[in-house]
Design a protein around this ligand. Structure first.
Ligand SMILES: *Cc1c(COP(=O)(O)O)cnc(C)c1O
Length: 356
């Protein structure tokens, strides 16, 4: 089986973990701080706050921006559920704006249509490792005085017109095992806003600026030095791995684009896609997925149900019709693109699709 994702945790990571264990300093020590510093540099921002997951990063980021009851947060219906759930965690209301069919990211024109006096934030999701169309989104945010919280959980190292993803507002990353780099479980908030950074730090650890002094209702959403030690090793490899993903994607696209019934992913002009997922549209998707799996190609469907059509969101009363997101859910198929693939793996994937 050629897996859809393959975390690469090797000797260097093992050594880094052992070093932490032997040092006796396992939680929130030097490694976490160093990891935060390095991650901030990656995004070209001032502050980074490591968390226990991408989901907790999103949760804390919204709280740190004082988004709460009655506020509306505009996000993409075509994402992992956490992109919308984070608004619910803080008693805000997720509002869905449909996507651009070419890039699968939120359509700025649709964002603007959904703005009301209660809109407080836009939460663009850089899906599959490709930046949203940030220029018009920033313009809308400026015009309506809205906060931007980027869901960059799939976009470590992605670039939008020369500017790193994660530098447009406050941004959240996931470091889960299958992302482009991992700490096994983990997340990161990055921001240039010193006040937001300070609040996020407090909320991450029981609202506690000093031991047993609590100034806010916080949580335990910390990470550990063990996780950070892995992350530090992984950060050194990110650019190399992203390049390998881009090369794999280019090879797949060159060979797949001529096949009738297949639409290969488009890269936005002037942007660097990091191919967290390599996602095609394909006719008779479900049959294709089944046949590929039978032949040993680990494919994924990201995502089979848009968020507004999830049973839980229907229970909440969502009745949106978002045709681009709904069509994408029926047609998308993610193929393996990770750095461990060999040329013969890629040829096998291509030939198996040709045979369909
Ligand atoms: C992975 C992911 C998350 C959640 O991250 P976790 O670390 O799994 O909590 C949120 N949004 C998107 C788009 C993701 O891909």
């Amino acid at each position: 089986m050629i897996p859809i994702a393959k975390p690469i945790i090797g000797k260097e990571e093992q050594d880094a973990i052992l070093e932490v264990i032997n040092s006796g300093q396992l939680v929130q020590g030097a490694r976490v701080q160093e990891f935060e510093k390095r991650f901030a540099q990656l995004c070209g921002v001032e502050h980074a706050i490591a968390t226990s997951s991408g989901t907790t990063a999103l949760h804390i980021a919204l709280l740190a921006h004082e988004i709460g009851a009655g506020d509306e947060v505009i996000t993409s219906p075509f994402s992992f559920i956490a992109s919308a759930n984070c608004a619910l965690y803080v008693d805000a209301h997720p509002v869905f704006a449909d996507i651009e069919p070419d890039y699968f990211t939120i359509n700025p024109v649709e964002v603007e249509k959904h703005i009301t006096p209660r809109t407080k934030a836009i939460l663009p999701v850089h899906l599959y490792g490709q930046a949203c169309d940030m220029d018009p989104i920033l313009e809308i945010a400026r015009k309506h005085n809205l906060t931007i919280v980027e869901d960059a959980c799939q976009a470590h190292g992605a670039v939008y017109k020369g500017r790193p993803v994660g530098s447009f507002g406050t941004a959240c990353y996931s470091l889960y095992a299958t992302k482009n780099i991992t700490t096994i479980e983990g997340g990161m908030i990055v921001t240039n806003d010193a006040q937001v950074a300070e609040r996020a730090r407090l909320l991450r650890s029981h609202g506690s600026p000093r031991t047993y002094e609590h100034v806010a209702l916080g949580f335990n959403m910390r990470t550990t030095d063990l996780n950070a030690a892995i992350g530090l090793v992984q950060l050194n490899k990110l650019q190399k791995w992203n390049s390998a993903r881009r090369e794999n994607a280019a090879y797949l696209s060159t060979n797949l684009e001529k096949i009738p019934g297949v639409v290969v992913p488009k890269v936005r002009k002037g942007c660097e896609h990091i191919f967290h997922q390599y996602t095609i549209r394909i006719q008779n998707r479900d049959t294709a997925a089944q046949k590929l799996r039978e032949k040993g190609v680990g494919v994924g469907i990201h995502y089979p149900t848009p968020i507004h059509l999830q049973p839980f969101y229907k229970q909440l009363g969502y009745t949106d019709s978002l045709p681009n997101a709904e069509a994408a859910s029926r047609e998308v198929l993610s193929l393996p693109v990770h750095p461990s693939l060999t040329r013969s793996d890629l040829d096998y994937i291509i030939n198996t699709i040709k045979e369909l």
